[in-house]
Ligand binder design. Structure first.
Ligand SMILES: O=C(O)C[C@@H](O)[C@H](O)C(=O)CO
Length: 273
């Protein structure tokens, strides 16, 4: 199996708290992005003290309560299943703070991290403020929920988006990369993909490749898997009959998403509907 593909685990951290994914900068090729998925049972709590790291807590499914110091956000989360395709609630917490997430119902929570030394206010990013964007034509149609886009200054490094790709379509496509710290032409952003499929026995294909092919991995990705993108192009293809969801976390030295399309495939963008 590719070292860029991570399968879900079921590690019980405490009663009612299960760790499903843990991508750290120590145990992955990533320097700027960390990512966890935890499942919470009703009433179970998960507490974490952030050191030189910021975190965006995403209520993927179910309902949660989040507290940080005197800040308390109740009844977060808008969906039982991501394929309801409605935006969800998130909370941004900056470095050197301690937060607690409590399951109000059974809940799946994504914790998106990036190193940071800039203290910023803890903020709720309510579902109603999440920008919904429809991109692409023909078999390149997808819908994006912009949870923390680069136009939102509330984070230091983190960028967080959700992407829904229709059956038989492609997203993160035509292939693009953002692995050169060469603004204004391209930014350097590492990335993680947390995938789900509907129905859940589905799979998608994700290729991660660089121009020199020093990375060239094509992965069969199943429900709940994480793909790590340290560099390179990273298109996703969705088989007929299945819908795809993924949560992207990106971070790098500069908080700008400036990508570069693979010149071999850029012509895709010039087609007419
Ligand atoms: O538009 C899409 O298909 C989503 C991608 O842009 C995805 O968020 C990504 O690749 C970010 O670099």
């Amino acid at each position: 199996m590719s070292h860029l593909l991570q399968k879900p685990v079921q590690t019980e951290l405490s009663t009612g708290v299960t760790l499903v994914h843990n991508v750290t900068t120590q145990q992955s090729p990533l320097e700027y992005v960390g990512f966890k998925v935890i499942d919470l049972a009703p009433g179970a709590t998960y507490t974490e003290s952030l050191e030189k790291t910021e975190c965006c807590i995403v209520a993927v499914t179910g309902k949660i309560n989040v507290t940080e110091g005197s800040e308390s956000f109740k009844h977060l989360g808008t969906r039982d299943n991501v394929f309801e395709k409605v935006p969800t609630d998130s909370v941004y917490v900056s470095n050197n703070k301690t937060f607690t997430v409590e399951g109000e119902t059974n809940a799946r929570v994504a914790l998106c991290y990036s190193p940071s030394d800039k203290q910023l206010p803890t903020v709720l990013i309510p579902a109603a403020e999440v920008g919904v964007e429809h991109r692409g034509i023909l078999s390149n149609k997808r819908m994006v929920h912009n949870i923390l886009p680069d136009s939102d200054p509330r984070a230091n490094s983190l960028l967080v988006v959700e992407v829904f790709t229709e059956s038989g379509n492609w997203s993160s496509y035509p292939p693009h990369k953002h692995d050169q710290d060469n603004l204004p032409d391209e930014s350097f952003l590492e990335e993680t993909y947390y995938h789900e499929m509907n129905p859940p026995q589905g799979f998608v294909f994700q290729r991660v490749y660089t121009d020199d092919r020093s990375i060239d991995e094509t992965m069969a990705v199943e429900n709940g898997d994480v793909v790590i993108v340290p560099a390179g192009y990273h298109p996703v293809g969705v088989p007929d009959g299945y819908e795809s969801y993924y949560l992207n976390v990106m971070a790098g030295p500069t908080r700008i998403w400036k990508f570069h399309n693979d010149p071999d495939h850029e012509w895709i963008l010039s087609r007419q509907p």
